[in-house]
Design a protein around this ligand. Structure first.
Ligand SMILES: [Zn+2]
Ligand SMILES: [Zn+2]
Length: 109
């Protein structure tokens, strides 16, 4: 059984002409949002893999590897700031030498 085809009317053409620019704008916006999302992820990954994190207040570069005191087991360990070397607890932030908290980039949504 053959499918029935509907004839294209002038109103179909008018509707297409009215909606086509909206679809083009929507497509361009989708591309822009996607590229911005990828750029944001690359910036966050670069920051997360960096050996230093800048303080949002004074701008000092703070090392992410060093001597830390765990907030859970209170042990002092040497290593990466993101995870306690003794109990394995994660860390969400650490304090700059100026006292302002530096949030670790992998803890942010
Ligand atoms: Zn600071
Ligand atoms: Zn610990």
């Amino acid at each position: 059984m053959a499918a029935q085809q509907r004839a294209i009317t002038k109103w179909d053409a008018v509707l297409f002409c009215l909606l086509f620019p909206l679809h083009v704008v929507r497509g361009v916006l989708m591309v822009v949002v996607s590229v911005a999302g990828v750029a944001r992820h690359v910036r966050r990954a670069t920051r997360a893999l960096s050996s230093t994190l800048e303080c949002p207040s004074c701008g000092e570069a703070n090392a992410t590897v060093g001597r830390w005191t765990c907030g859970v087991c209170h042990a002092t360990y040497h290593g990466w700031v993101g995870r306690c070397g003794i109990c394995g607890a994660g860390c969400g932030w650490f304090a700059c030498t100026c006292g302002v908290a530096i949030t670790l980039p992998w803890e942010r949504p």
